[in-house]
Design a protein around this ligand. Structure first.
Ligand SMILES: [Zn+2]
Length: 209
């Protein structure tokens, strides 16, 4: 059951086609399993299409707002049909278990797929915490956009399972623990380089911020 959703402004940007491909992929992985957000995107798409039409046909007509409301009201409340599509992430990287994961710590492995997203200025990574394993406490220097793609984890904000979406900022101290059962895999976009913690790093941090 999805409990953590992207905020409305992100859904709007997605609908408008303004997101870069990595962000759009994160959104898409959430939308594939979240009928609530899918419904909202359908609504935004519909309104967007009307506005575009209006723009083409000349000045905005007086009844545009009424027509938008009518369009929204006639949209189905929820889509009963299951969303069966090819998982865009698996299509991109194949079997998650077969990836050349790079182990960072006992419980934590990383697979960097930034090269597949040349339009993304940040880093795009798959992160894996082994089932029941703990990741170290860490903060983020920029923004980290994460969607859970397999298994789940808990932290001070609650339980995150497949499809759950979370954006963490600099102020968030984060200590995820993977749920038992299967390894937790997340797809994340890191908007800033990893914080340097060694002696040279501490010296350089103020200059490269
Ligand atoms: Zn949602």
């Amino acid at each position: 059951m999805i409990q953590h959703h992207p905020d409305e402004s992100l859904l709007l940007e997605y609908s408008a086609g303004n997101l870069d491909t990595a962000q759009a992929l994160c959104l898409r992985l959430h939308l594939d399993v979240c009928s609530r957000c899918r419904c909202q995107v359908d609504m935004l798409d519909s309104v967007g299409a009307m506005l575009l039409q209006e723009e083409k046909s000349s000045a905005l007509s007086n009844d545009l707002f009424d027509r938008i409301l009518t369009r929204i009201e006639t949209l189905p409340e929820d889509e009963p049909k299951p969303k069966v599509t090819t998982d865009p992430l698996r299509k991109l990287v194949g079997d998650l278990n077969a990836l050349p994961w790079k182990r960072q710590l006992v419980n934590v492995s990383v697979y960097d797929l930034s090269e597949q997203f040349p339009d993304q200025p940040g880093q795009v990574v798959l992160q894996k915490i082994s089932a029941g394993g703990k990741a170290p406490v860490h903060t983020h220097r920029g923004t980290e956009t994460t969607v859970v793609v397999q298994g789940g984890f808990t932290d001070n904000r609650g339980v995150f399972e497949a499809g759950d979406f979370v954006v963490l900022g600099q102020q968030d101290v984060h200590k995820p623990i993977a749920l038992h059962g299967e390894d937790c895999v997340t797809l994340s976009i890191l908007s800033a380089p990893v914080r340097l913690t060694g002696p040279l790093g501490r010296l350089l941090n103020p200059f490269i911020r």
